[in-house]
Design a protein around this ligand. Structure first.
Ligand SMILES: [Zn+2]
Ligand SMILES: [Zn+2]
Ligand SMILES: [Zn+2]
Ligand SMILES: [Zn+2]
Length: 147
């Protein structure tokens, strides 16, 4: 005799970025994924990068694409490509704030404007200006401040 083992599936959504089921969740406007509904907490505890919602909204192509009113998939969007330089475009398309990432991100190397430091990660450069990128070294930070 077979029993029916099918249990009622309780769907409990979790944040697609940090995996939390504890926080209040909402859906992103741009891609309809579950995400921590924590944008409002950002102001109160103003240390950086603590809001899943804000991170997705500010640092991804997905959100930029949506806010700019582009059409189609952001991964295929030429307008997005034209809007950012390669390092920033790649960063926004591959960082951990994305639910989906670019399939074949372009390889890039960034050189510090002020010293010979090079890196494949935009996150090694705290300052990005129209003149170029500045690395985290003291002397380069000072050079940035002086310009
Ligand atoms: Zn989260
Ligand atoms: Zn999105
Ligand atoms: Zn776009
Ligand atoms: Zn430097």
């Amino acid at each position: 005799m077979h029993r029916n083992h099918q249990k009622e599936k309780l769907f409990k959504p979790w944040c697609g970025l940090c995996g939390s089921t504890e926080k209040r969740l909402t859906k992103t406007e741009c891609c309809q994924n579950w995400i921590c509904d924590d944008a409002h907490t950002y102001q109160v505890f103003s240390y950086a990068n603590n809001s899943c919602y804000r991170n997705h909204d500010c640092y991804t192509l997905c959100a930029a694409h949506y806010h700019e009113g582009h059409t189609g998939r952001w991964q295929d969007c030429q307008q997005c490509r034209d809007s950012f330089d390669v390092p920033y475009y790649t960063y926004c398309g591959t960082n951990k704030y994305n639910f989906d990432v670019l399939n074949n991100p372009e390889k890039y190397t960034i050189s510090c404007t002020h010293c010979d430091f090079r890196s494949h990660s935009i996150e090694d450069f705290p300052y990005q200006t129209s003149k170029g990128y500045y690395c985290g070294k003291k002397k380069c930070q000072h050079a940035f401040a002086r310009q």
